[in-house]
Design a binder for this molecule. Structure first.
Ligand code: HBI
Ligand code: FE
Length: 291
């Protein structure tokens, strides 16, 4: 999965934007999905669900089970009936990638934009923009986790200031290295293990295995300022992943952080390159024990 980090126009983007509301929402138009599309969803789901059992964190596994979406492309309204009472989130259908300010505003109001179209048959392994499989399968299970639910609202609320301060790239790295490509430490029967919670990883079969198993990848303890300074890969597997001690660490580390001075200090410095480690850093060497 790759995507541009600061989108300002929808021209050239995949998806049907005609008829979208001012906030870029559309109807899901569930009846327009063909049986081929539902079958494609079913195969994508079946392939990932085996990997989820072994590699995904407990919140993801439990969230996915509650959504019960193995057979057909899920109806967003059915998911909303589960999400609302659980964490107050609601899904809104969008045509695809939407402008940053609109995206932030939805998150700030606990609305998660989900792309309505599904990838083509020749894109089962790889696609450039988020589709309904990435957005729903990857992100929605985590919206049932209270820490992630609160964190995403906080992130949405931080957007306006980051844009005003010309520091969107720094804030976007937080999203990228957590919500999209985050790892988390988890207690298992076999002891401490590394697990996946990021949607960009868990919606990709090969990156799921790579992020946990590859011996040459850099896995660093999550530190918000370090993350905001670190560039990322948009068209290849990540070279660095950041590891949370637990999902609530996201809130604990970010709720009291004043982003303004951090932006001012680092905004004009060149980003650390993906895969670069700094003197004195201690990479995490935990393995991904079987669930
Ligand atoms: N739009 N549909 C969609 N999905 C995203 O993940 C998304 C977006 N617009 C902007 C955006 N992400 C990011 O660039 C912001 O988090 C900065
Ligand atoms: Fe995503």
């Amino acid at each position: 999965m790759k995507k541009p980090c600061t989108q300002t126009s929808t021209s050239g983007l995949r998806g049907e934007y005609e008829g979208a509301a001012a906030d870029y929402t559309v109807g899901q138009d569930w009846d327009a999905y063909t049986s081929e599309m539902h079958d494609r969803w079913r195969r994508l789901h079946a392939r990932q669900v085996g990997l989820v059992a072994r590699y995904a964190c407990a919140s993801f596994r439990e969230g996915l089970a509650r959504l019960d979406c193995a057979d057909v492309i899920p109806r967003f309204e059915d998911a909303n009936a589960i999400l609302g009472p659980a964490t107050g989130w609601q899904l809104v259908a969008v045509p695809g990638f939407i402008p940053d300010d609109v995206f932030f505003d939805h998150l700030a109001h606990r609305r998660f934009p989900v792309t309505r179209w599904i990838r083509d048959e020749h894109e089962l392994d790889y696609l450039v923009e988020p589709d309904v499989f990435h957005d729903f399968f990857g992100h929605v299970p985590m919206l049932l986790d209270p820490a992630i639910a609160d964190f995403l609202e906080l992130y949405g609320k931080a957007g306006a200031r980051a844009m005003e301060m010309d520091a969107l790239a720094m804030l976007a790295r937080i999203y990228w290295y957590t919500i999209e490509f985050g790892l988390v430490r988890e207690d298992t029967r076999e002891g401490d293990a590394l697990k996946v919670f990021g949607a960009g990883i868990i919606s990709s079969a090969s990156e799921t295995v790579y992020s946990i198993e590859d011996p040459d990848v850099l896995r660093l303890p999550f530190d918000p300022v370090r993350v905001m300074r670190t560039g990322y890969m948009i068209d290849d597997f990540q070279k660095t992943y950041f590891v949370l001690e637990s999902l609530p660490q996201l809130i604990d580390d970010l709720v009291g952080l004043d982003f303004g001075p951090v932006y001012e200090k680092w905004r004009d410095a060149p980003a650390l390159s993906a895969g670069e480690s700094l003197p004195g850093e201690h990479p995490i060497t935990l393995s991904g024990a079987p669930a």
